[in-house]
Design a protein around this ligand. Sequence first.
Ligand code: NAD
Length: 488
Amino acid sequence: MSVRDADIALLPAATPLIGGKRFDDASADLVPHIYAATGKRTVDVHSAGADSVHAAVADARSAAPAWRALSPDARRRLLLKLAALIEQHADELTDIQVIETSTPRGMAGHYAPMVVDVLQYYAGWADKVGGDIHPVWPAQALDYSVLEPYGVVAVILPWNSPLFSVGSIVAPALAAGNCVVVKPPELTPFTSLRFAELALEAGIPPGVLNVIPGGAVAGAELVSHPGVDKIHFTGSGPTAQRILAAAAANFTPVGLELGGKSPNLIFADADLETAAQTAVIASLQLSGQACVAGTRLLVQDSVYDEMVERCAAQIAQLPVGDPTDQSTFFGPLINNVACERVLGFIERAAADNRSRIVTGGTRLGDELASGYYVAPTLIADVATDSEVAREEVFGPVMSVLSFRDEAEAIAIANDSVYGLGAYIQTTDLQRAHRVASAIESGMVWVNGAGGLPPSMPFGGYKHSGVGRLGGRAGLEEFSQRKNVWIAL
Ligand code: NAD
């Protein structure tokens, strides 16, 4: 199961890529990258310091006027060229993600086609963004507004789904005419760096897309930099609060894609076998390390026992193990810290005698013992006020709660600080619309899990975020509106 030298050779150098060149950062720290399936080091990552941040922002600022002035059709062609290169390098990008995050290959392989789609979609927008003409009174005047780029956008990424994260944010930011400085975490620098190398190969000018792998030091430096015109952050709530405080100094606008505790409402009229499959996939794909994981299972009391049994049976059949194996569904967590954190949640739930661990609950042993595997875990009879009903675990833990009727289901679903995704399983069309309308979340999926077309506005309510990626909303996220009034 160990990752081969040939696979490690695929990884691009984990050094900053600034202004089209590798940057030698004297302030960088060397941090080992660990293959999560075995716990073994692959290569060292140069975790950027302040020097990289200043160089990247300066190069992005220098590149910004020409990128903004480029004709929209030229920007469209460059994004299409990048999409073609991502398609051409899809297998390589999949292999890189498997090593980088230990995401099972079958899952990791979905991301390159999704990113190709996103790039093509936003290439299409690049030459179609018009403005608006507004009615004017009482004076005779022409009043119109246009979308303009911010200038330099800082993009702070989390470690999960690295290719989709970088692609789905950089595509609209570039299409809108911005230059970008991406800061992936030192845990997962490789995909973003390879993406930026391919952008250069596509002809996107040096300085337009810069990547500085790093941690909190580089992140804090970047978000407080006066040369940054817009921040887009994906990650956890506590980090978001620090970023908002830092951004306040320069009044820098911030877009936030944060965590969730997405409810999955299973009504007695649902197709129960499909609902169980959906529940398991929605909560356990990426080993629960997905922001939209539907880990809060709300089940109508008349089918509660049956649904718990069906989910446990589905979990027992999940292919667990080697991420390089195409048939594996369930891989390890990102690192040992994540394992300990998830096991802590499970231990505290087990100590709460109102709930019961139906399956899982332990670290996996035997040939998986050196990796960061926690068994897929189902906890039933969870109380609405318990930690596993309220906190984002970001690991393979499904919490099951019961409800009597639709009103109670909605009340429990909305009793959360989060509002990212929600899932509804029902065969009653009117109920589907009614409940979708009542749920406080940015996205609702009915009778299925997680379709993510590039046209879909993606984002959260409440503590799950501010702003939207995807669709025209994604383009507006990276644009500011200017109004022009002309006396006639
Ligand atoms: P995190 O908040 O620990 O780190 C995210 C990024 O912020 C990293 O690049 C990190 O280096 C950087 N960072 C840390 N301190 C910083 C600071 N002071 N200033 C600037 N940057 C700083 O989150 P994580 O553990 O990497 O990611 C997991 C979280 O991300 C989960 O909560 C998950 O739900 C969320 N997430 C949300 C979405 C979404 O689209 N809504 C997508 C993926 C992940």
